[in-house]
Design a protein around this ligand. Structure first.
Ligand code: ADP
Length: 709
């Protein structure tokens, strides 16, 4: 790579070659210098080279090429702080535009720029040169006023510096100005001085112009002969100059091809530079893009990390929340279980003594019939039964809410069931002086299959309410068959009373738990649980309850239940529970029961019906007596100290004793069925039991054993 100094040397020699008319060589050296200047990216040197190339073309009168390269030179010069080169290029461009292209306006623009730079430098000789050019341009186009100040400056400058190189033109310009001013003598003198100096200097170019302008002046003075002579001199001089240039041109004619080649090379250098620039630009763009992409990636990475952190944190939060939820859920489940267990335990604990109270009251009433006439024992019995029903209700609703109830399918007679309900409620009916009527659609088959216990419970509650809230009236139970689909009979039950009725605003509330509306003092018995049990039980049947009521007129509750009618199934179910109640045989019953009151009640109940009864207090005693005595059936309490009913039964079966064991329990049947079967028990009776029910079951099992034997 060349140094700046070396390139400067090349430029200097190229300039010298040009000045000596060796344009070809000058251009060749400029080419080398230019390539080197571009290589070291020195704008000033590049501009200088282009300027020399342009000057070469200017001398060769290739003005377009000259303008082209001067412009290039100017572009690079403007990138530098070198005002001198900027001034020179602008001046040269001004020359070409004004004197070759005759585009004075544009040329003068360049001159003005050149002047600005020469003032900055400050270079008074350059300033004088530019001023000379501007003045000449203005005068050429007749703008004498505009050029006047420039001329003034030139004259001042010349007086000061005695510059001979421009004196011919300066004298000529003064001549032109005075001619314009019609100061003809002065003008004439100026022109003549110019011509004289031109001849002395052998400055053909300037001299030729001096002759031309003098010819114009003389023409104006109507000195035609003189004017013609000066014009002829001008023509001769121009001719001479042209021939000289032509010969130079001819000299380089042979290198014209080389010149074009030269131009192409310069273009190539340019292109290379352009390409370099473009690739630089491209690589810059790539670097920029890379940076942007990197930045975006970094941002992305950052947000990813943040996101991850956030996610991890929120995952952790969620995990904590989840753990808390699991704990809370567990707690809730435990609490719910505790509540259920509590309710069920309390209810059972209450049921056992209540069973005793009810049972003993019954026995008392039976043994001392005179007491039945007095109010005390009856109200004791009533209160005990009420308490019992309350406990049962609570147990029931608890079970429904725990989803522990599954409907059972039993066969039953609809008329029997309704009459049973009617009979069991006849006591309340009489109390309020009400009549109960039952109306059954004759289309309904008598034997149906369904959960008759739950169905009875629904009806008991509704009819019970109707009787409670009606005085001296009528309660109708009406059953209608709405439709039959296959075996399914859709029945509508309506319980209609003409009692006190329910206010419209209370209608929606009555199905809530523990709600009793319009109650005056302690007029009616009730817990406020009846209707909510009804509603929930009907939900188990997939049904709902409808109510219509008018205060003082009465109330109608209605619901729809599907029951199955299937003779074959019914026959099977009936044969399963066929009981021989007619037997007069005396059976031996072993009662295993720890509670004394229960012992008495059960014993009395059995003995009253001609059953022989042995009572033992616990499981061990039972196991012992079974070694010695033979029994037909065992009634086994479940809740006993030492060993409970299940364990005792298991041991009895272990001994190989096959006699039926019937569990007597205050528990709900469903709760103990599985375990009872597992230990080998045969059936379950829930306390307090109806004596008839007890005997039915006892007989049934004894019969089964007998029929096998
Ligand atoms: P209760 O144990 O008080 O009877 P229920 O849930 O069975 O509880 O009934 C709730 C309330 O609905 C009753 O207290 C009563 O005010 C009203 N009610 C229920 N049935 C009737 C009816 N047939 N006639 C008038 N009011 C009734």
């Amino acid at each position: 790579m060349s140094t700046k100094k070396e390139i400067n040397k090349l430029i200097l020699s190229a300039t010298k070659l040009r000045e000596s008319g060796n344009f070809e060589k000058s251009l060749l050296i400029s080419r080398i210098a230019l390539r080197n200047a571009i290589a070291i990216k020195d704008n000033e040197l590049i501009a200088n080279n282009y300027k020399n190339v342009a000057a070469n073309f200017n001398e060769l009168m290739e003005f377009d090429k000259a303008i082209f390269y001067y412009n290039k030179a100017l572009i690079f010069a403007n990138l530098t702080n070198n005002d001198s080169i900027k001034e020179k290029i602008n001046n040269n461009l001004g020359n070409i535009y004004c004197f070759e292209k005759r585009k004075y306006e544009k040329g003068i623009e360049f001159y003005k720029k050149a002047l600005e730079f020469s003032e900055k430098i400050p270079d008074s000789s350059q300033m004088a040169m530019t001023n000379l050019n501007i003045t000449w341009a203005y005068f050429d186009i007749g703008s004498y006023k505009e050029g006047k100040n420039n001329l003034k400056f030139l004259n001042w400058y010349h007086n000061k510096h005695e510059d001979s190189s421009t004196i011919v033109v300066l004298k000529m310009l003064n001549g032109m100005y005075h001619s314009y001013k019609n100061e003809n003598d002065i003008a004439n003198r100026c022109f003549q001085e110019a011509i004289k100096l031109g001849q002395e200097q052998d400055n053909k170019t300037d001299l030729s112009y001096a002759h031309l302008e003098y010819s114009k002046f003389l023409l104006k003075q109507k000195e035609y002969k003189n004017a013609y002579d000066n014009l002829a001199l001008y023509n001769r001089l121009t001719e001479e100059m042209f021939t000289e240039v032509k010969s130079v041109k001819a000299n380089i004619e042979g290198v014209n091809f080389e010149l074009d080649e030269y131009k192409r090379t310069i273009d190539k250098i340019e292109n290379e530079k352009d390409l370099q620039f473009k690739s630089l630009k491209k690589s810059r763009v790539i670097v920029l893009l890379f940076i942007i992409v990197l930045f975006v990636l970094l941002l992305f990475l950052n947000s990813l990390i943040k996101n991850n952190k956030y996610r991890r944190k929120s995952n952790l939060d969620l995990m904590h929340a989840n753990e808390e939820l699991i704990v809370a859920n567990k707690k809730a489940e435990e609490l719910s279980l505790l509540k259920t267990q509590f309710v069920s335990t309390i209810s059972h604990e209450l049921r056992t003594p209540l069973y005793g109270v009810v049972g003993i009251t019954d026995l008392l009433l039976e043994e001392h019939k005179e007491l039945a006439l007095g109010p005390h024992l009856n109200s004791l019995k009533f209160s005990a039964r009420y308490l019992l029903s309350l406990v049962n209700d609570i147990l029931q609703i608890n079970k429904i809410e725990e989803n522990k109830i599954v409907l059972e399918y039993l066969t039953f007679s609809i008329s029997d069931e309704l009459n049973m309900i009617k009979n069991s409620l006849s006591f309340i009916a009489q109390k309020n002086n009400n009549e109960i009527t039952v109306e059954i659609d004759p289309l309904i088959p008598d034997s149906l299959i369904g959960d008759k216990l739950r169905f009875a419970q629904i009806l008991m509650n509704l009819v019970g309410n109707a009787l409670k809230f009606t005085n001296n009236g009528e309660v109708q139970i009406i059953v209608k068959q709405l439709k039959v689909r296959g075996n399914m009979h859709t029945l509508e039950f309506s319980i209609i009373d003409n009692g006190i009725g329910i206010a419209p605003i209370d209608i929606d509330k009555i199905f809530d738990k523990f709600v009793q509306v319009g109650r005056k003092e302690m007029d009616y018995q009730g817990t406020g649980l009846g209707l909510s049990i009804v509603k929930r039980l009907l939900e188990l049947f997939g049904s709902d309850i409808a109510v219509e009521s008018e205060l003082g007129k009465g109330t109608t509750f209605a619901f729809v239940i599907d029951f199955e009618y299937d003779m074959v199934k019914t026959a099977e179910i009936i044969s399963d529970i066929q009981v021989d109640l007619t037997s007069i045989q005396v059976f031996n019953v072993l009662v295993v029961e720890d509670n004394h009151i229960n012992q008495i009640i059960t014993k009395k109940t059995l003995e009253r019906n001609n059953y022989s009864c042995t009572v033992v207090e616990d499981g061990y005693a039972a196991l012992e007596i079974l070694n010695k005595v033979e029994f037909d059936v065992i009634l086994m309490d479940i809740n006993m100290p030492l060993i409970n009913g299940f364990e005792t039964s298991r041991r009895i079966r272990q001994k190989g004793i096959e006699i039926p064991i019937i569990a007597l329990t205050a528990f709900d049947k469903n709760e103990i069925t599985d375990e009872a079967i597992a230990v080998g028990m045969n059936d379950i009776i829930v306390k307090p039991f109806e004596p008839v029910q007890l005997f039915k079951i006892i007989n049934c099992h004894i019969q089964k054993v007998k029929s096998v034997v």
